[in-house]
Design a protein around this ligand. Structure first.
Ligand SMILES: [Fe+2]
Length: 244
């Protein structure tokens, strides 16, 4: 099982605050049967640049890998792909370094949209990420449903953007019916815990997957699993038309 969205890397954003917390979170993922985690720290273009962000993220990741290697059974932990949760910014589709924020080994880029009504320009900008050769994925779509008009949300979905929702969407009694409908009709392409810590926003993929299987059966997860393999088994560049 893949967790597409998390704040596991210690000390780089408002997620895990130190190595001990990250290791505790990894233990939770392991217990829940998660085999692969996308580590997606927040990236804000007005406060950071890709080079500085990547340098800091990778150094913290290296210390986490070192910590895992000191445990009695390092191979029992989920594997990790590095990425970012990129907050929308004007000009992002033409930003020279934007592809460096894609999920490791892929063209997927996790985009966090603003939490206020979107302009047509914003939607166009996100769709232009695809024209730039990237595959944008909208983070936690359920958090925008009450903010955006139906027309705006439809225009956004019509760009062909891929959709991630949080595991909590399936667990909250107020939203789970809608969540089940959206996974049944394949509107949702990825699920992520968006885990930040060990308690208030802890890893919760296991309970969400169990709830989906109970309600809709295992087949309902086929689309999610297929997309997950695009992350864990990326197509080599030679087969995807990229330069050798
Ligand atoms: Fe997040």
């Amino acid at each position: 099982m893949l967790d597409f969205h998390s704040h596991l890397i210690p000390g780089v954003d408002d997620g895990s605050k130190d190595l001990s917390m990250s290791m505790g979170m990894l233990d939770m993922w392991k217990e829940q049967g998660v085999s692969h985690i996308c580590a997606t720290p927040h990236f804000y273009a007005d406060m950071n640049n890709p080079s500085r962000f990547i340098e800091k993220r990778n150094a913290a990741y290296a210390s986490l890998i070192d910590e895992i290697s000191r445990t009695p059974d390092p191979d029992s932990y989920p594997s990790i792909s590095l990425g970012a949760e990129v907050y929308y910014f004007r000009g992002m589709s033409s930003c020279e370094d934007i592809s460096r924020l894609c999920l490791q080994g892929t063209r997927f880029i996790l985009v966090e949209m603003p939490f206020h009504p979107w302009s047509d320009y914003m939607i166009k900008e996100v769709s232009e990420l695809s024209s730039a050769g990237l595959i944008p994925v909208a983070a936690h779509i359920e958090r925008y449903m009450k903010i955006q008009s139906r027309a705006k949300m439809n225009a956004f979905l019509d760009t062909g953007i891929m959709i991630q929702c949080n595991a909590s969407f399936f667990l909250d009694p107020r939203t789970r019916r809608k969540a089940m409908r959206m996974i049944a009709d394949k509107t949702i392409d990825f699920i992520g815990s968006d885990a930040h810590n060990l308690d208030t926003r802890a890893p919760n993929m296991g309970p969400a997957i169990a709830a989906i299987t109970r309600k809709l059966g295992d087949d309902a997860l086929a689309h999610i699993r297929h997309n997950g393999r695009l992350i864990t088994e990326p197509v080599p560049a030679a087969f995807s038309g990229g330069a050798a």
